[in-house]
Design a protein around this ligand. Structure first.
Ligand code: ATP
Length: 195
């Protein structure tokens, strides 16, 4: 299963609730960053395609450089995704095989954009109004300004599109409690798996 949502939608918060229910969560965005530094094959390809500036002298990923390379450039975004995605996919599948739970969750900001959603049985989208998301991120990440947050939002698939392509939606707005929504989805997934 997959869980996604735009920046500040609350997908990590919702994934944490699933985790409390005993569902292992694979944090694809964190894991991708780790693999980009530690998977030798992937690192070699990134160096070949994006050049020496992609890593520091110490071999650390130069995220600022890579972000500036791909930001707003669809071809380069697709190119980096085509390098990183297969490695993350294989890593996720190996990790999933090790889990003993009824199902597992892959959490990623760009589940649809990378084509990852098609490899999963169910997708959950966490949705929140844009204004709420921007305010949450301003509070959580004081180094970011509204313009930067809007630029990231513009790169992501709109909520309506994500919802259309999802099996379940969690509405993360003030008047809706998260835990009952997560419990409802968890029960439905378990019931489907029993069939
Ligand atoms: P990103 O894509 O940037 O990682 P995200 O979708 O994973 O974001 P979270 O990190 O879960 O979002 O939430 C963003 C911020 O909003 C966090 O600081 C989180 O604690 C807060 N937040 C999320 N949902 C709620 C809520 N229902 N009530 C209060 N705070 C919330």
């Amino acid at each position: 299963m997959g869980i996604t949502g735009g920046i500040g939608s609350g997908k990590s918060t919702v994934a944490q609730i699933f985790s409390i229910l005993g569902i292992p969560v694979y944090h694809a965005d964190d894991r991708a960053k780790w693999l980009m530094t530690n998977d030798t094959g992937l690192k070699t390809k990134i160096l070949e395609v994006f050049g020496e500036k992609s890593y520091s002298d110490k071999g650390e990923l130069n995220r600022t450089f890579l972000a500036s390379e791909v930001f707003g450039n669809i071809e380069k975004t697709q190119l980096i995704n085509s390098l990183v995605h297969p490695v993350v996919k294989a890593d996720f599948e190996a990790w999933a095989l090790d889990q003993k739970s009824a199902y597992v969750l892959k959490e990623a900001a760009l589940l649809f954009e990378t084509g990852s959603a098609e490899e999963l049985d169910f997708v959950i989208t966490v949705s929140s109004p844009l204004r709420v998301r921007i305010n949450r991120i301003l509070l959580r990440d004081p180094h970011r300004n509204e313009e930067q947050i809007n630029a990231i939002i513009d790169q992501q698939l709109p909520d309506e599109e994500k919802i259309k392509r999802s099996d379940f939606v969690v509405k993360n707005v003030d008047n809706k409690l998260l835990i009952p929504q997560v419990l409802g989805i968890h029960q439905k997934i378990l019931a489907t798996l029993k069939k």
